[in-house]
Design a protein around this ligand. Sequence first.
Ligand code: FAD
Length: 336
Amino acid sequence: MDNILLLAHTEGDGSLGKAGLEALATAVGLGGALTVGLVGAATDAAAGQIAGCGAARFLAVTGEAFAQPRYATDAAAAEALCRAADCPIVIAAGTSRWARALPGVAYRLGGRVDTHATSLALAGGAPAVTRWFYRQRMEAVLSRTQRPWVVLLDPGCVAPWSGTAGTATVEAVSVAAPATRTTVTGYQSPKTDEQTIRPDAKVLLVAGAGWTKKQGDGAVHAVEAEQLILGFLRKAQASLGGSKSVVDLSGEGEAVLHCMTHMNQVGQTGSTPRHAKGLSTCCHGEEPHVVGWRFVNQRRAINLDAGCGWARGKADVLYVADAFEVMRRVNALLGA
Ligand SMILES: Cc1cc2nc3c(=O)[nH]c(=O)nc-3n(C[C@H](O)[C@H](O)[C@H](O)COP(=O)(O)OP(=O)(O)OC[C@H]3O[C@@H](n4cnc5c(N)ncnc54)[C@H](O)[C@@H]3O)c2cc1C
């Protein structure tokens, strides 16, 4: 097996995040001689966290300039680490930070990059990447002969590495901080009253446009809908997804769910979240929406319409019922 460089950046608290530990698990599983390359303001804590991973070398680019996610500094740091490690395979988590910087680094090194890989494993003695195409409708396994081969692994596909912490001997790699025009001034979250997107939640609750439509009594009950949805999210610590129709409503002057933004949209033109279970409510289950459920293991839906899309092989269980009634009862049970 080729030698492997695992690139990882630290989080705000100096530790390695879950996505980085998942990439490390993949790197360890491949079996080649492993070098870890760390980037951050300080990397000792991160190196100690994974001291027991069996890496032959720990390299680090450190300094205040490398604390913030920014193309110029991240690319310079990663390029220096790749050159110092001189490994044919470079693995990193597909975080927004690495997704932005590493394709450019692969170009600088004369290598190739594959993004959104869901696994990297040996196939016939050579490393091969698994990747989905066409909005997760087709899966391909591909390998490359060019080196270095940089592979960005999507988070949530493997269990994160866990092992004993300790003290690692870290070799400093010096990089002159490049001239930067970008200063990170802070983070902005979508305009909602509370955090509703929880990628690590066990359950995904998806709300559709039905919550904002006239109900059996001829009236719209958007306020109660929002209370029921947020009540469930809080009690179950679930993540919130939405159909395209429901997230678009705010722009159309109709009754809206204020907890819903375009960031919540699941589907062909939205996200493809990974959760153990999903519950779809008041959502029809049309193909452009359901394609976003590709990685939700167990799917259930509540719809008044026994002929809705979910009934056509798209859900494991379909409750033909009024979602208002069901969620009132579910929340009461969760609260008990
Ligand atoms: C190119 C393209 C890309 C697209 N991308 C996406 C995408 O990424 N994501 C996406 O979601 N859509 C996408 N769409 C749109 C998609 O085809 C559907 O229009 C959309 O998903 C419908 O949203 P909905 O099911 O919430 O609303 P509706 O179709 O209006 O369905 C509402 C449902 O609520 C049910 N309902 C109403 N009241 C209740 C109640 N009290 N209890 C239970 N059920 C109730 C109704 O029976 C109905 O089935 C895309 C379309 C195209 C053409």
